[in-house]
Design a protein around this ligand. Structure first.
Ligand SMILES: [Zn+2]
Length: 445
């Protein structure tokens, strides 16, 4: 923001993050949503005041997305997308020590729902855009910024909708950054020295939500019934839930373990399950990055059958949350079908295949460069996310998604915490340092 002739003051990322948190954009999923419109209006105001011409795109009343393309200075370069969601998961104020929607800044933190997921990233992106406007600066390549609705449900009103209804907004975009990665994680080397790792997501497990059903012969609960739909379904689900999915070391998981092992001075045998298990025991908190994506998973989440204790129903249903590793979708479904058994029907409630983006790319190199510039000791390692993000819908446009929403180190040891839990908070120093990394990346990539 211009404060006088030729003099500029950097945009206040803490203030922007706090304001965003104070706008309650809770997404209750099937039970509704507060909508993102109020947050989108705040974002639009900031961008318009800075001289930009952002688009407001409402997929439904109050379900708002904001998209802006900043033209690059070098013609012919592929464009980059930055995406961040404006919605948050709900918070139960009684469980918190502070008001989750006050946007409180205290004790070196910004507190509240969304502080780490992901209004921090939205604020850092906005601060970068405002600084560019104030300095008359621009990025090398076109940067498309999308602040989207509904990531915390399934993107029906956000990324999925933008991709389906407005794909032209993403013309020329080859890569994207979004949640989650670029946050420092300390681990101790064999010689006792502390090292700082910055895991960057280059892959995501697939999200395959299945509905399965068994049909049988309905009848009286007192009579013999050899064609009981509930028993058939429960037997199939029991086989599935007892199945132990084998470890499958995808390229990012292998690279993660090899690179962390080398940096920590830990010898690893990655050719056996027991070797991998013991490697996990020796990498401290880094384990949380690699473990969720070492195997496929299939969790039973919904079960429904029957309506009266003395009636055998003709139909039993269940829903299963399946997560697949990159490159394994078809094989995994074959195993599931085999375990469930012949007479169980399977349908997709949703089918978002696993993703992977190249580790050997100009994008990953640029991410590394910006992290090293801010923290010369940074050890940047790739990983595969266990869950899913809006990178999945954007991938359907041929956009390679990287999880990179960087934060820096708080010199007093504060760390971000409380994502989807209570007392969510991000350290002010981490946010300010993350903004410098993000600004550098977006300007120089
Ligand atoms: Zn999120």
């Amino acid at each position: 923001m211009v404060t006088g002739p030729g003099e500029t003051r950097a945009a206040d990322v803490v203030e922007i993050c706090s304001r965003l948190v104070s706008i309650d954009t809770s997404n209750y999923g099937r039970a509704g949503s507060n909508g993102e419109r109020a947050a989108a209006d705040y974002v639009l105001g900031l961008l318009r005041d800075a001289g930009y011409d952002p688009l407001l795109l409402e997929s439904a009343p109050t379900r708002a997305n904001v998209v802006l393309r900043v033209p690059g200075s070098t013609p012919g370069l592929p464009a980059l997308l930055v995406h961040g969601h404006l919605d948050v998961v709900p918070a139960e104020p009684a469980d918190w020590t502070v008001d989750p929607f006050a946007g409180l800044v205290a004790d070196g933190y910004v507190w509240g729902r969304g502080a780490t997921d992901m209004k921090d990233m939205v604020a850092m992106t906005l601060a970068t855009l405002l600084d560019w406007a104030a300095m008359g600066a621009r990025p090398r390549r076109d940067i498309v910024v999308a602040f989207v609705a509904d990531e915390e449900e399934d993107g029906e009103f956000g990324a999925e909708w933008l991709v389906a209804e407005h794909p032209g907004l993403f013309d020329g975009v080859r890569a994207a950054i979004g949640e989650a990665g670029g946050v420092p994680e300390e681990a101790y080397a064999a010689d006792g020295s502390a090292l700082r790792f910055y895991p960057v997501a280059v892959a995501e497990r697939g999200s395959l939500h299945l509905s399965v059903s068994a049909r049988g012969t309905a009848g009286h609960g007192s009579r013999r019934n050899d064609d009981n739909a509930v028993e058939r379904l429960v037997s199939g689900l029991d086989r599935l839930s007892r199945h132990r999915w084998p470890i499958a070391l995808t390229p990012p998981a292998r690279a993660f373990l090899e690179q962390t092992g080398a940096a920590l001075g830990v010898a690893m045998d990655l050719d056996s399950e027991s070797g991998i298990e013991s490697a996990l025991d020796r990498i401290g908190g880094l384990r949380a990055y690699v473990e969720p994506a070492l195997r496929c998973s299939a969790n039973l989440t919904v079960l429904s059958a029957g309506y009266k204790v003395n009636v055998v129903p003709g139909l039993a249903r269940a829903e299963i949350d399946v997560r697949s590793l990159p490159g394994t979708d078809a094989r995994m479904l074959a195993v599931i079908d085999e375990l469930l058994g012949d007479s169980i029907e399977r349908d997709f409630l949703s089918n978002r295949p696993a993703l992977s983006a190249p580790m050997d790319s100009e994008w990953y190199d640029a991410i590394q460069r910006s992290l090293h510039k801010a923290d010369p000791g940074a050890i940047v390692v790739p990983y595969c996310m266990g869950g899913g993000t809006d990178a999945k819908p954007f991938a359907t446009l041929g956009i390679a998604g990287y999880g990179f929403s960087p934060l820096g180190v708080d010199p007093d040891g504060r760390v971000p915490s409380g994502m989807h839990g209570v007392d969510e908070r991000v350290p002010v120093a981490a946010l300010e340092a993350g903004r410098r990394v993000l600004s550098d990346f977006l300007t120089t990539v």
